[in-house]
Design a protein around this ligand. Sequence first.
Ligand SMILES: NC(=O)c1ccc[n+]([C@@H]2O[C@H](COP(=O)([O-])OP(=O)(O)OC[C@H]3O[C@@H](n4cnc5c(N)ncnc54)[C@H](OP(=O)(O)O)[C@@H]3O)[C@@H](O)[C@H]2O)c1
Length: 243
Amino acid sequence: MKKRPKAQGAALVTGGAKRIGKAICLSLSSMGYKIALHYHKSGTEAKRVAKTIWQKGGICELFSCDLSDEHQTIALIPSVLKKFSRLNVLINNASIFEPTTIKSSELISLDRHFAVNFKAPYVLTAQFARKCQKGHIINILDTHIVDNKTSHANYLLSKKALGELTKLSAVELGPYIRVNGVSPGLIFPPAQARTGYLEKRAKNIPLKKKGDVNQITRSIEFLLNNPYLTGQIIFNDGGEHLM
Ligand SMILES: NC(=O)c1ccc[n+]([C@@H]2O[C@H](COP(=O)([O-])OP(=O)(O)OC[C@H]3O[C@@H](n4cnc5c(N)ncnc54)[C@H](OP(=O)(O)O)[C@@H]3O)[C@@H](O)[C@H]2O)c1
């Protein structure tokens, strides 16, 4: 078995069972973090990721919670701390992404997007600040937080708010807690997308190609390893945010 890196503390990754969250869990584990993998509905996939981590000599515990439920969200960090007393990284990755326009949207959709994509990261940030007191928070945002072109209005509004929380909390929580963001672009297609969806959209961005999930994990590693960075947002998007 490959030699394990130096122990780094523990990282809570929300929505860690699949796609970008899964890649973040595997990458942080290979950096030496113990992983608190949060999931909601994807229990089978979460167990699979945990098994992979244990097989590679890492440590991973699973935590189930519906982030749209404020009481469950408030209980998440205390239950992680019972397993990992040195929790020093929080990655707010879980999100919902549903098509909506302001004109056609029901208020319940706005509430749902804000509950999972903004309020849960806010609650977890506050809990992390109170109970862990030092470490690093990284919010996973979206390339579109700087523009207003979208067919997912409620999603985008919630991510814009999370972008502002990233900067506001970086100011309030320094010097012991750093808060940064990563804004992905064309990484994974949405669930119902047609074949070739990302490739077609990539034709309109500066670097003319879709991204890779490893580029997201490399940005997270870069942020974690640079102790003078806080309030930064890295756009991992082939230049899409400039369009
Ligand atoms: N995919 C991209 O190319 C892209 C582009 C721009 C931005 N992003 C951002 O990058 C992050 C990851 O993207 P992704 O596409 O990998 O995400 P995703 O697959 O759409 O969702 C990630 C996880 O969020 C969790 N989640 C949803 N509702 C929840 C709830 N009520 N309670 C708890 N967890 C809940 C789900 O966990 P369970 O499956 O366990 O229920 C899901 O696996 C997101 O923040 C997204 O906005 C992604």
